[in-house]
Design a protein around this ligand. Sequence first.
Ligand code: NAP
Length: 582
Amino acid sequence: MSKQLYEIGEQPPLGEVPEKMHAWLVRADRFGKPTEAFQKEVVNTPSIADDEVLVYVMAAGINYNNVWAAMGIPVNVIGARNKNGEPEDFHIGGSDASGIVYKVGKDVTNVKVGDEVVMHCGTFDRNCSWVKKGGDPMYSPSFKIWGYETNYGSFAQFTRVQAQQCMPRPKHMNWEESAAYTLVAATAWRMLHGWGSSSIKKGDVALIWGGAGGLGSMAIQIAKAVGATSVAMVSGEDKFDYCMKLGAKGCINRNEFDHWGMLPHWKDNAGYAKWLKGVRAFGSKIWEVLGEKRAPNVVFEHPGETTIPSSIFVCETGGMVVVCAGTTGYNATVDLRYLWMRQKRLQGSHFANTEQSNQMNQLALSGQLDPCMSRAFTYDELPIAHQLMADNKHPHGNMSVLIGATQFGLGVSGKPAVTVVHPTLPKGDVHTTPHPYPMSEPLPSIEEAEALTIADDGTKVRDLMHHGIISCTPDDTIGAVAKIMVDKEIHAVVVMEQGKATGVVSQTDMVLARQGRTPDQARSMKASEIMTPGCATCDADMLLSDAVSLMTGRRMHRLVVTEKDKPVGVISMTDVVRKIIG
Ligand code: NAP
């Protein structure tokens, strides 16, 4: 061994692994702004297991995950690993890379020292019983994203990866381009090709959200390669040309429509009709772009909350909406009638398995997949690149940072079988929506390792409830019920039938009854027609916090309070607000 440590850009002789390496480290005591959290340090080069490979990193791809890792939210990735027995008190991120194999474990057969590789970020325990039985590693409880959930990612001179992560590097790309595409392209590949009979086929139509973004730009190219027609969604006409050069038949500017967002309540006739008008116009626009009346067989989704209702609506009968993120929010609303009557599929998808990543990579190797790299940074600029992402000021497309490569543009040593035009994004185009949370985070399951603690001050419903029930009969008119509400200054009236509470007419029920009707029509309706049936009740001795959860879970503002199963009063959100102000 000639040297213990090589400087950045000074490549050790092939196969020689120095004891130490330069890396960008995140430590828990500096979690926060990426420009402060990432610091250059020298650490021991990691050792590898029998199924692992040590790769000398030439360039690393930049993804949002490591913005979150740097901030330490929503998960302290270092603490999480320490709990699982890994001793390192630092995180080396980086979930995309291009580089050269420097060392292989004794069980490795797919790569050898000297091979130029790119790496996908899916890791799993090869001894996991599910995987051993032939199950998809993406469903293995041991699945982790390399360089986010695992340590020793690509923001260092050497990275430790599982052999199955390594794939041949497209030699017609330079180091930074080849480091840029794998995470997004493999994700897009599984979304489009991983779902059996619902997967994309030749002749299909695909609607691609965020066509100029990281995932969307890959999806357009993958759809083109299989012979499908795609329509790209973007936020401005300046991105049309980019998406069409990648292979989209046409584009739609989402800002031409304003019906996005959660579905109106299904009892809201007027709101629903307005939404329907908007979504129909959107569907017609898809027809116009296609030049024929065809609905998308596959909708490629990731904005989530604001777009899912429209995606489900415009999707072809028997088609699939496939979603890998909820960039605008997670509580998407679905008109279930469209799901069951038109037998559509809403499919979740997360990254990709080894086979799918390699299938995607064949497309890159053949030249049919442009990496859509928008900006590359020097080694020293790594924190700035993450800061731009954190501030939502980064350009669209995929970004990379040089690690071992000494200059931009190096590493090209071949020609692809197919040459595609390398499109460029409009100048000055930056993001408009910040990412909510990382693509991968631990979600609570049925079985929980840690006990949940629920803070509560012990207040009971009886401490705040309003005593006495103000009621009406099922046959009372809405006009009469409205008068009770106004006279008594209350927000809901309990519907009583033979001494039993059978429903509640709330202000919301009343306002929704008015939607799409004249005041006279609404007034003459009966309480039984608009009430929310099955009166939600709680016992006077229930904890107030449980009653609040019951109300919010059912989207209600009040509960009828019972004692020995007899209605005795009402507890409402207003009562809780009163308690807050004392
Ligand atoms: P990106 O490059 O930021 O692109 C996202 C695109 O979404 C933007 O280009 C934007 O395009 C569009 N968009 C933003 N706000 C929108 C809105 N309100 N309605 C409709 N479209 C909107 O991000 P990406 O790399 O493609 O990733 C997208 C999401 O997938 C992220 O949340 C990411 O974390 C997640 N992801 C998940 C996985 C996984 O395995 N589960 C893997 C990779 C990425 P316009 O403004 O032009 O419309």
